[in-house]
Design a protein around this ligand. Sequence first.
Ligand SMILES: NC(=O)c1ccc[n+]([C@@H]2O[C@H](COP(=O)([O-])OP(=O)(O)OC[C@H]3O[C@@H](n4cnc5c(N)ncnc54)[C@H](O)[C@@H]3O)[C@@H](O)[C@H]2O)c1
Length: 251
Amino acid sequence: MQRYAGKTVLVTGAAGGLGSAMCLRFAAEGARVAALDVDNLRLETACAQWRELGHNIRPFLLDVTDASAFKRQVESIVEEFGRLDVAVNNAGMGGDMAPLAEYPLATWERVMSVNVSSVFYGMRAQIPTMCKQGHGAIINVASIMGSIAMPSIAPYVASKHAVVGLTKGAALDYGRAGVRINAVGPSFVRTGFTASSLPDDSTWDALADRHALAGTASPEDIAATVAYLGSEDARFVTGALYLVDGGYTAT
Ligand SMILES: NC(=O)c1ccc[n+]([C@@H]2O[C@H](COP(=O)([O-])OP(=O)(O)OC[C@H]3O[C@@H](n4cnc5c(N)ncnc54)[C@H](O)[C@@H]3O)[C@@H](O)[C@H]2O)c1
């Protein structure tokens, strides 16, 4: 499938587990991909892997918590590529695990900055070009925690509910301008993100048991849904949270 031939796609948190799979999926479908991440070393390593697989994915350094840097970086990508068809605001972090009253204040502020403000800054930078073009699609990476909760991670849960809220609000603001804005909600995927909080196989086996489908999601499962939401196949889909959770939240 070459749904993205001639299109430009931007992905943040691109050097991470989900972001890297998204970059590869978009590139495999013909897109020119701008891969943004704050971690230079991770980005270089990911780039080397992408090149080995034959994909020309362009790396860009960006801290998504810096609103003016985000705007400048999007503008320079648009100048270089001539357009911006799809943007995936994927960069995110987990934070600490503690009951709310014991949760470190500094981590609360960091989680809200990296997970929520970044999506606000990103959309503010991406939407003007899409409005000028008369089309565009944004996918914000939320989580099942944008829909349900778990103990000891209230700030993360709040941040992902906020991502869903920003997604719905912005979708209403820009639908008539031809810009579709959706969120994707993965359950548990093995990446660097989950490596520290869910280190052992027995925890993953227990989690897998709580899904209706067998096993847990792969990064490629999430990338496939993101690629659908960015494409013309989803031309009448906006303001939605697409859960990719193997039925985890259906219980
Ligand atoms: N892995 C899961 O189980 C899971 C489940 C639900 C939702 N998510 C969400 O998916 C997204 C990606 O997670 P992942 O599993 O690929 O994690 P990951 O840790 O593998 O990747 C995250 C990437 O974001 C980058 N990043 C962090 N802070 C940044 C900043 N300030 N500016 C730019 N880049 C920054 C990191 O350098 C890293 O490359 C996150 O938003 C996360 O909340 C993950």
